[in-house]
Every structure is written in structure tokens, then in C-alpha cells.
Design a protein around this ligand. Structure first.
Ligand code: MOS
Length: 686
């Protein structure tokens, strides 16, 4: 009756595809008001006047809230969340007003009629590596050392046989989940309920309670379904505060606020562009003497977010001389935040393309080069890896992909007018669990009920948590109900950092064990037990990561430069796989998003105005079905007893790590053009 390992279909699948799953904005409540944001039209300045009369006279409009009329928030410590608290504008698109109306159409129309006068200040929004005001953040997301170093990279580079010194760039990206950031807010006396599209109801509650100065018990956050997040819903953004603020101003009326796609480009987080100065030095056998990565990226002037881009370069390969740094420019731009595999995703682009360049310089197969530089222990911490099957992933991927006998020469295979090439890159993502997630297991009416405030943002939590509970209790999965997505359930940590299933699953396993210890195999109605995750003591002694290898076949049209990727193949070592169906979906989703990063996604920044000019899905291209042909995700059977009681590693993010490098390496093999700036577009290969 082992439920873990079965490819069970999503429990919420039918509701989602039949439109009966209720998302935050759709929460059925009587007489809702609709709220539409008004956004700043200058990149930096001070509001000198706001003209609201035309909007207020519009049929259906009830109210226009501005900094003059908004309630004073209890905490403005988080400047991103300090909605309408003063007249300063810190970036274009910042919230400067809220229009409340009886319909969403009236609210939006009203917002268009609000005009704002500004005293404009000069703005500065252009990232570059030679700015003289780059600064060293105290730590990088969330609390890693900013810089690391050992040995002498400069001396090693001077003394070694072969070097690669190149600068790589990743673009600005926006998360763009299908479901926009949306909230329904309702105040009942002094208690607030938010139906919010979030990756964590409890973390969201903590933040909102602080902003409004409420005890946490007076805030309830409900979120049964999420239409994607990719990190942008990991923490509440200003739209959540705005919805709550608007509802408080109109007692008795629930308020609905959904950001438009365009508004999400300035109000819901994004991934910083990165500039990666990469240096590799190796002897003629390909043994690395030096690895160095200096990262430059941006944050907003009002709130620091330092993406931890150099982290994977610290632990991937062995080299006696190593150095990593992060430097930031604080600009008049929207606040960057988490996006699928913050750190590892951009941070495996430069290094994994550089490894390919080094392999070419040396005339060594790129898989073999990586194998020769396998570290025995984590080069960063010195700890052993709890499990590290990167070499097996590379070998298994090579076998499945058909790598053997590859002609390493670039630009020599022409088939029907298309230049054909193949590439490889490695993937990595930390395997972590979070302390502070509680699960409750109860026997009720002949069934087992598990409650935990987890979130399913499309990852499959509704489906895999019952599998985990069923095995831990030793009962068929059909006898287990799991309830998630509500702060009324026990406190859970965020669905982020690929920690969700491992963390909540650990709490469930522990609670089930306690339940069995207390009540045996024949419990009575109402019997219950709970358990809370703690720190994993093994994380002090082991380096814990999932690994992968990604292979790409690229075809580039010799005349037009059109780039197609007919094949992507990934092999991952990610611990125990709870549900092969939902796991495959995670890997494929990550790889597809990585392909999208390689070829399409690019938030085009106009520094004259301080804004993304392609701020909708018509012009911000994401890979669609026609771009994605044969994508395969495979995995090794990996046993890891250190990571957590389940032996599972997170899988939500590793699929996007290394993918873009693999594509770039394949495009080089096809054409001989080495692209170091993402995305790879046809103008760059011609
Ligand atoms: Mo993920 S960016 O940690 O939600």
C-alpha cells in the first residue's frame, strides 16, 4: 500500500480544469467593492497635487484613496509595503492612489481619470559594472556571506596553462504567473480576512499583521489554490496591503484587488539583471586551479534585495584558489525579489558557459571536464555532501541523449539549411527544510485528517501530502484528507526555496508517528497529534544539494539565424521522488522556463523613463507550446538519509538551473557563435 512513489493524479485537478476551484479574486462574498491602483508616471519625484474630482464623479466610483486620505500604517519599516504614506515617488509605477468602485470596470476607468502633478527629480536606473557607487551588501539572500575567498586567484590565473576570462549577462525577468497577484480583503470589526494568492498563508499573515499593527490572531489568510507564483507570491507585495487598506476604509464591504499584467511589471517583484565576471584557470589536463566570480546586480533604493548569484560557484567544482563577490547598485527602480531559483538560476549561467568555453580551449569533452573537477567534499564548507550524483546524472544523460561520438567542432553540421549542435550544463539546488512548520493529524469519522497551512502553487501539495501521510500512518491514501491553505490550520513555512514538500512532509511524518505511538492502530474519533519541524542537525555536518545535468539540441537557421530547440533532456538526482507525475511536471516546468530564459524572456529596460517597455505578455515573450518540442525529465533513484525523514529533495527550482547555459552551449556548437548575453536572439548568432 505504499503511496509514495505512485503517479497519483492531482486531487485538485478536476476542480482546476472545470473552473470550480475558487481563486482569491473569485471568493464569493456579498456586495464586493473593486479596487484599481493608480501608478506613478515619473521615475522619481514628489507629488505636488492629485486631481481626483473626475474620478469621483464617475458613476459607480465610491472613493479615491491617496496619501492624503490613507490610514497611517502601524509599521512602515518595509518601504515596499508602506502604501500611500507620503508624497515621495521612488520608482515609476509605484502606487500613488486607489480607486474603489462598484465594478472592476468603473474602478479601472476611475483610475485612468486621476491625474497627478509631480515635482520631478533626476532619476538613475541604469545598471552597469563600472558605476563608482556599487556597494557591498552585508549579506546576500537570505543571509549568506557576500564575498568568499581562499588561496590566490590572481597568482593562480597567471601561473596556469589555460584560462577563460569572460563577462556574462542575464537579463531582467518578471515572474509572470498565469494568475495575477490578487486579493479579496474583508474586515469584521477589528479582524481582517484576506483571500490572497500567496505561497504562504502564515508568512503573509505575519507581514500584514505587522504593517497594520494587529496581533496575528486577528488576521486570517486563506488560499486554497494558486495559479502560479515562481517566488513573486512568496511574500506579500504592496497590492495586499492596498486591498486591506481599502477594505478598512469601507467597513462592511469586501474589497477585491487584482493587479493587471502590466502592473505586475512594477509592483510584484522581478529578477535583477546580473553581470557576471567569470574567471577559470586550469592545467592542460583540465584540472581547475582557480574559479572566480564577481557579480554586479541591482536593488531598489528603498529596499535592498541582494540576489545570491555567486553561491553555486562556491560549491560546484574543486579548485584550490577561489573567490566570489557580490556588488549592488541601488537604483530608482521597483523592488527586486525572489524568482524561481534566485541565486542558482542566474548563478549557473556564467559558470556553466565558462566551463564549456574552457572545455573548448582545452579540447576536452565538457562532460569529462566536469568529471575531472568533481570535489571530494564541499569546497565552500569543507563538509561532505550528503549525496552528490552529478557525475551519474551527466553519464546517464549522455547515454539517453546520445552524446557519445559527438564531434566537438563548432559550426560544421548543416542539415537542410540548419546548423545543428548539442550542449550540456550542470544543475544544482540546495536541499533544505525549514524549522517551524506544524502538522496536525486527527482521526475523524473513520478517516484521517491532516491539517497544515501549506500552499499548493501548482506544485502538487494537495496530492503529495496525502501520499506522505498515508505511508507514515500505514493506511491507504484514499483514507487520508489533507487540508491546507488557511491560517486556521497549524502554522506552516513558505512554499519557497524548494522546501515545501520536504518541510511539511517532515512535520506530517513526525505527527503521524506521534499519533501511532499514542493511539496505536485503532484510534477513536477525535484522537489527534501534532509535530513541528526543527532545525535539521545534519545541515551542520553535510552539504545538501540536488544535482542535475541538462542536454540541449539546438538548430540555428544558417541564413536567417532562427533558433529552435527540438530537444531538451534533463537527468536529476533529487532524492526520493514522492509522486513521479507531479515531479515530472515540476522538472518539465523548470526546464521550459529555462528554455524561455535562454531564448525569449527579457524585460527591456528604458533608462530614460525608468520602466520596462514590454510590460505585457504580447511583448514579454515566454516559451509557448510551439517553442517546446521534445522535453524529457529523468531522475536517478537516490537515497539520502540526511536531508529529512522522507529522503526527498526539493524539485521546484532545479529544473530552471543550468538550462540556459546548456542552450547557449548548444548554440555555440551549432554555429561557433558564443553568446554571453541572454537572451540568445538571432541578431547575436548571425
Ligand atoms: Mo521560489 S523563488 O523560492 O518561490
Amino acid at each position: 500500500m505504499t503511496a509514495i512513489g505512485k503517479p497519483l493524479v492531482r486531487r485538485d485537478g478536476a476542480r482546476k480544469v472545470t473552473g470550480t476551484a475558487t481563486y482569491a479574486y473569485e471568493t464569493p462574498l456579498d456586495a464586493p467593492l473593486f479596487c484599481h491602483p493608480v501608478q506613478a508616471t515619473v521615475a522619481r519625484g514628489r507629488i505636488t497635487a492629485i486631481h481626483t474630482a473626475d474620478a469621483e464623479m464617475l458613476d459607480g466610483v465610491l472613493d479615491v484613496i491617496t496619501y492624503r486620505t490613507a490610514e497611517r500604517l502601524a509599521s512602515t519599516e518595509d518601504a515596499e509595503l508602506a502604501a500611500l504614506q507620503d508624497r515621495e515617488v521612488a520608482f515609476r509605477g509605484q502606487l500613488v492612489g486607489l480607486v474603489l468602485a462598484e465594478s472592476s470596470e468603473s474602478a479601472r476607468h476611475g483610475a485612468e481619470l486621476v491625474t497627478v502633478d509631480y515635482h520631478e527629480h533626476a532619476h538613475d536606473t541604469e545598471l552597469s559594472a563600472d558605476r563608482d557607487d556599487l556597494y557591498r551588501p552585508e549579506k546576500v539572500n537570505p543571509s549568506f556571506p557576500t564575498d568568499t575567498g581562499t588561496g590566490d586567484v590572481d597568482a593562480a590565473m597567471a601561473a596556469t596553462d589555460v584560462t577563460v576570462e569572460q563577462t556574462y549577462r542575464t537579463a531582467m525577468y518578471h515572474n509572470n504567473p498565469m494568475e495575477p497577484h490578487a486579493t479579496t480583503a474583508w474586515w469584521d470589526n477589528d479582524s481582517l480576512t484576506l483571500w490572497d494568492s500567496t505561497q504562504g498563508v502564515h508568512p503573509s499573515r505575519t507581514t500584514v499583521a505587522k504593517v497594520f499593527g494587529l496581533p496575528e490572531e486577528r488576521v486570517r489568510v486563506v488560499c486554497p489554490f494558486v495559479g502560479g507564483g515562481f517566488g513573486s507570491k512568496g511574500l506579500p507585495h504592496v497590492n495586499v496591503v492596498a486591498a486591506a487598506m481599502a477594505a478598512r476604509a469601507h467597513p462592511g464591504r469586501p474589497v477585491k484587488l487584482a493587479l493587471t499584467r502590466q502592473q505586475m511589471f512594477s509592483l510584484a517583484g522581478y529578477r535583477t539583471p546580473t553581470i557576471q565576471k567569470m574567471r577559470l584557470g586550469a592545467d592542460s589536463d583540465g584540472r581547475l586551479a582557480a574559479i572566480s566570480l564577481d557579480v554586479v546586480e541591482q536593488t531598489s533604493r528603498i529596499k535592498e534585495f541582494a540576489e545570491q548569484t555567486a553561491l553555486p560557484a562556491r560549491m560546484m567544482y574543486a579548485a584550490p584558489n577561489r573567490r566570489t563577490t557580490h556588488r549592488l547598485a541601488a537604483l530608482d527602480v521597483p523592488v527586486p525579489s525572489w524568482m524561481r531559483a534566485p541565486g542558482e538560476c542566474p548563478g549557473m549561467f556564467g559558470p556553466e558557459v565558462a566551463m564549456d568555453e574552457l572545455a573548448c580551449e582545452l579540447g576536452i569533452d565538457p562532460i569529462e571536464l566536469r568529471v575531472r573537477n568533481e570535489p571530494e567534499t564541499d569546497p565552500d564548507s569543507g563538509n561532505p555532501f550528503s549525496s552528490r550524483h552529478l557525475v551519474e546524472c551527466l553519464r546517464e544523460g549522455a547515454r539517453r541523449f546520445g552524446w557519445a561520438g559527438r564531434d566537438p567542432r563548432p559550426g560544421v553540421r548543416l542539415e537542410d539549411g540548419w546548423l545543428v549542435g548539442t550542449g550540456v550544463a550542470a544543475s544544482v539546488y540546495p536541499a533544505r527544510t525549514n524549522p517551524g512548520s506544524t502538522a496536525n493529524v486527527r482521526f475523524d469519522g473513520g478517516r484521517y485528517v491532516v491539517e497544515i497551512g501549506a500552499a499548493d502553487l501548482g506544485t502538487g501539495a494537495w496530492t503529495v501530502l496525502p501520499q506522505i501521510a498515508a505511508d507514515a500512518l500505514g493506511v491507504p491514501v484514499e483514507e487520508v484528507d489533507v487540508r491546507i491553505g488557511d491560517t486556521d490550520y497549524p502554522k506552516a513555512t513558505v512554499a519557497g526555496g524548494s522546501t515545501g514538500t520536504a518541510t511539511w512532509g517532515s512535520a506530517i511524518v513526525e505527527a503521524a508517528r506521534t499519533f501511532r505511538d499514542k493511539f496505536g492502530r485503532d484510534p477513536g474519533d477525535g484522537d489527534e497529534a501534532d509535530a513541528t519541524t526543527g532545525e535539521n542537525p545534519a545541515s551542520e555536518r553535510y552539504a545538501m544539494y540536488a544535482f542535475g545535468a541538462q542536454f540541449t539540441e539546438a538548430r540555428v537557421h544558417a541564413d536567417t539565424g532562427e533558433i529552435r530547440v527540438p530537444r531538451l533532456l534533463g537527468v536529476f538526482a533529487a532524492g526520493r521522488i514522492i509522486n513521479p507525475r507531479t515531479a515530472r511536471s515540476q522538472f518539465l516546468g523548470g526546464m521550459t522556463m529555462g528554455l524561455s530564459m535562454a531564448l525569449h524572456e527579457d524585460s527591456v529596460w528604458d533608462p530614460r523613463f525608468g520602466q520596462v517597455v514590454n510590460h505585457d505578455l504580447a511583448e514579454y515573450h515566454v516559451s509557448v507550446n510551439a517553442d517546446v518540442d521534445d522535453v524529457q525529465a529523468h531522475w536517478l533513484d537516490e537515497q539520502d538519509d540526511q536531508v529529512n525523514p522522507l529522503g526527498s529533495k526539493g524539485i521546484g527550482e532545479i529544473g530552471i538551473v543550468g538550462t540556459a547555459a546548456s542552450v547557449v552551449n548548444a548554440v555555440f556548437h551549432a554555429t561557433g557563435a558564443r553568446i554571453r548575453d541572454l537572451p540568445v536572439t538571432l541578431d547575436k548568432v548571425l
